[in-house]
Design a protein around this ligand. Structure first.
Ligand SMILES: NC(=O)C1=CN([C@@H]2O[C@H](COP(=O)(O)OP(=O)(O)OC[C@H]3O[C@@H](n4cnc5c(N)ncnc54)[C@H](OP(=O)(O)O)[C@@H]3O)[C@@H](O)[C@H]2O)C=CC1
Ligand SMILES: O=C([O-])CC(=O)C(=O)O
Length: 272
């Protein structure tokens, strides 16, 4: 009993490709943390597997997560980010945010966290190298660019493609479907380009971070290459993500969240 009191209470909003794996990892055990609650849009869909966990969490509406947990992990659609994160940071608590693009439409959430002593954590997620980018940003970054290549299934239906009548179904060669700022990439591809916003927040911001997006029928993985030039280092790195059951989301994303949660109370932390 004394042990559980000392633990930090964690809730998970969204039980899809990312959230379900995070819940299972918390249930298996992460030092210093205990899973207390979850939210989903169709709770009944999840009752079966949740009941099989060692300790079944409470299912609550997103607005109530902040009342019952110290850390809320957001793994839900971007349109509900505000409803999840605002009550958390207003209470001086911690929100781990995966739908990073939504932070650009809700920039005041960061101010809200500052005012109330809360914190918003953006894990590296599906990307690579944010440790190096945040380090370089302590000095001066001259330029930062992301080139993303996704299989057609990872992009289909994105608002930018619909608005500009860009047809990608049936293409046989790579097609560049977007070139512009991370801010515009987030608007045009809200469910596909959180990585662009994460890179921009770690580095030189959403207006100066450049993004290219390719629909590429020759790749089976969501592939992100970052290219950064700074006064301390020049680096480029590529990650090739195996899609999860949600073709828009790489498998490594949930693992990144789990690694991030492990770091919160770890005796040894490696990486920036
Ligand atoms: N930062 C990064 O690197 C990455 C970020 N992402 C982002 O993370 C988010 C989650 O991704 P992913 O797990 O693949 O998404 P999924 O579509 O697989 O899952 C979304 C989950 O959100 C739940 N949900 C929807 N509406 C609500 C609501 N109103 N209240 C509570 N729960 C709700 C759904 O419930 P139900 O199951 O009942 O339908 C579902 O469980 C997305 O915004 C995605 O763009 C994705 C990949 C990488
Ligand atoms: O950027 C995203 O949100 C998801 C992504 O590309 C990936 O999982 O590879």
């Amino acid at each position: 009993m004394a042990d559980s009191k000392a633990k930090t209470r964690v809730a998970v909003a969204g039980l899809g490709a990312i959230g379900a794996d995070v819940v299972k990892a918390l249930d298996r055990g992460i030092d210093g943390l205990m899973l207390v609650a979850v939210s989903a849009s169709s709770p009944e869909k999840h009752r079966g597997w949740l009941a099989e966990l060692k300790t079944a969490p409470e299912m609550v509406p997103i607005e109530q997560l902040a009342e019952v947990a110290d850390i809320v992990v957001e793994c839900a659609p971007s349109k509900v980010v505000r409803a999840i994160v605002a009550p958390v940071v207003e209470r001086g608590k911690t929100a781990v945010v995966l739908s990073v693009g939504a932070l650009l439409q809700n920039e005041d959430l960061v101010d809200l966290a500052k005012t109330h002593g809360g914190q918003i954590i953006v894990p590296t997620g599906a990307l690579i190298g944010l440790d190096a980018v945040t380090a370089a940003a302590v000095g001066t970054i001259h330029s930062a660019k992301l080139v993303t290549r996704k299989p057609v299934a990872g992009l289909v239906g994105a608002p930018h493609l619909v608005e500009h009548d860009i047809k990608i179904e049936g293409i046989t060669e790579p097609l560049r479907v977007f070139e512009g700022s991370a801010r515009d990439a987030a608007k045009g591809f809200p469910a596909n380009l959180n990585v662009a916003v994460a890179l921009s927040l770690a580095g030189i911001g959403p207006d100066r971070t450049r993004v290219e997006i390719w629909a590429d029928p020759t790749v089976t993985r969501n592939t992100h290459r970052i290219e950064v030039d700074s006064d301390s280092a020049r680096f480029s790195m590529t990650i090739e993500n195996i899609p999860s059951e949600n073709p828009k989301t790489g498998r490594i994303t949930a693992l990144s969240v789990i690694a991030c949660l492990r770091k919160l109370r770890a005796s040894l932390r490696v990486g920036t």
